[in-house]
Ligand binder design. Structure first.
Ligand SMILES: [Fe+2]
Length: 434
């Protein structure tokens, strides 16, 4: 299939695969959890959530709905925000100890990701690290299906309810890595935007920039035809580059972020904006879950690896902690300025979808227009003013680049491949924006 950016390449992939969970969206739809879990054949449910949500109304609503259908429910909430391999092992132990035939997850990406990776470790032998991509792991494929999984997100950012990946901090290296497998895709997503009514402005901003960057990286990713053909169709990864399907969701998610991010951050009472952001997060998940992200996510891993403390009002998490969306967007302006020359039309179109003024702009201006618009959005939503505002020192830039260089799959999914020196320049340019 040929279209702008995606053109046939000799020996390149000529096929892409799309995977999606069954998807339900609407205010109040958490009350359907019981029927939906029952429809997936669940009788003994492991209900995953985090320590902050466990006593709250959303977990109570899901719990009651499951019980109303006569299902047995056991709650697991020993989950770290930004989960690590210890959280995953605890989750696996919990799953092994019960006779569960299904998992319902209620929470942000941390909860949903722990449920996915916990099931892998509970059902299959071998260390979790084997499933990480090189250089740390061997990118071992998840051997087979997991338990049926109904995912109910409570933040509008990660899109994890629609993706087949799990992001886990590996304590030994103090860095996050990605485990991905089509088997890790939840069977169903139940997305109730009313859960966003109580999110803090900081959480909406941070998760909103996560969704924005998912969509932006997805839309500007290397075309799937530029990845090598795979001989075994079952081995085709969903991190396969931009394709006509991922373009659809990414484009709409960018429009949503452009129109509603500032409004959703400004007012918890703006239900239209917050509902749209929740839908946009899922759309971006459906998109990047079938294409992969690239440099902004790769370079966020250096930030969270070497992070210092930052004021994260609205997050009840012990320091050091930098919300994922902040670690991603903080480097985004110079990243897209750097990448734009490799796919200028795409970058200009993305700026337009985000609502930037592109009148009179030529493809040569794409990087500048897009990065200036990102800075404007960051400033309007009180994001940290560059990596210096996160407490980094100039002599840490080399280490930041070296750490991010380990995210090889993501780096190679960008339209242009960055090396150590390129990344050092980008971190330098991300020092301070205004
Ligand atoms: Fe993300």
């Amino acid at each position: 299939m040929a279209c702008q950016h995606v053109e046939p390449i000799v020996d390149g992939a000529d096929t892409f695969t799309v995977a999606m969970p069954k998807y339900t969206f609407g205010r109040g739809c958490l009350r359907e959890a019981g029927e939906r879990a029952q429809g997936l054949g669940m009788k003994q449910v492991a209900l995953f959530t985090d320590p902050h949500l466990v006593e709250g109304e959303y977990v109570a609503k899901v719990f009651e709905s499951l019980r109303a259908q006569g299902l047995s429910v056991t709650i697991f909430s020993d989950i770290r925000i930004e989960p690590d391999d210890d959280s995953v092992q605890r989750a696996a132990q919990f799953l092994r100890a019960g006779r569960f035939d299904g998992v319902v997850s209620v929470g942000g990406g941390s909860v949903i990701d722990t449920a996915k990776a916990g099931m892998v470790c509970a059902l299959y032998s071998g260390p979790l690290a084997d499933y990480f991509g090189p250089p740390l792991g061997q990118a071992k494929p998840v051997p087979g299906p997991l338990l049926p999984h109904l995912a109910c997100p409570t933040t509008s950012g990660t899109g994890s309810e629609c993706t087949s990946i799990s992001v886990i901090r590996f304590n030994e290296l103090n860095t996050k890595f990605v485990v991905g497998s089509p088997h890790m895709l939840p069977n169903e997503a139940l997305v109730d935007p009313a859960v966003c009514d109580t999110l803090s402005a900081m959480a909406v901003a941070s998760t909103g920039f996560d969704l924005l960057c998912h969509a932006l990286e997805c839309y500007t990713a290397k075309a799937y035809t530029r990845w090598q053909k795979v001989a075994d169709p079952q081995a085709r990864t969903l991190m396969q580059g931009a394709n006509p399907w991922s373009d659809l969701g990414a484009r709409r998610a960018l429009e949503i972020a452009g129109e509603y991010l500032e409004r959703g951050v400004a007012s918890a009472a703006d239900h239209e904006a917050r509902d749209q952001l929740m839908f946009g997060a899922s759309l971006a998940g459906m998109a990047f879950g079938n294409s992969g992200t690239h440099l902004a996510h790769a370079m966020s891993y250096g930030i969270t690896h070497l992070m210092h403390d930052v004021d994260t009002a609205g997050y009840a998490v012990a320091p050091p902690f930098i919300p994922h969306g902040i670690s991603v967007v903080v480097n985004a302006p110079p990243i897209f300025q750097y990448l734009a020359e490799a796919a200028p039309q795409r970058h200009l179109a993305a700026a337009q979808f985000l609502g930037a003024d592109t009148q009179g702009a030529t493809p040569d201006d794409a990087g500048e227009v897009l990065s200036q618009h990102l800075i404007k959005l960051m400033r309007a939503t009180q994001m940290p003013n560059g990596i210096s505002a996160l407490g980094f020192k100039a002599d840490e830039i080399k280490a930041l680049a070296a750490s991010s260089l380990r995210q090889q799959r993501a780096i190679n999914n960008a339209p242009k491949v960055a090396d150590q020196a390129d990344m050092e320049s980008i971190y330098q340019a991300a020092w301070q924006y205004w």
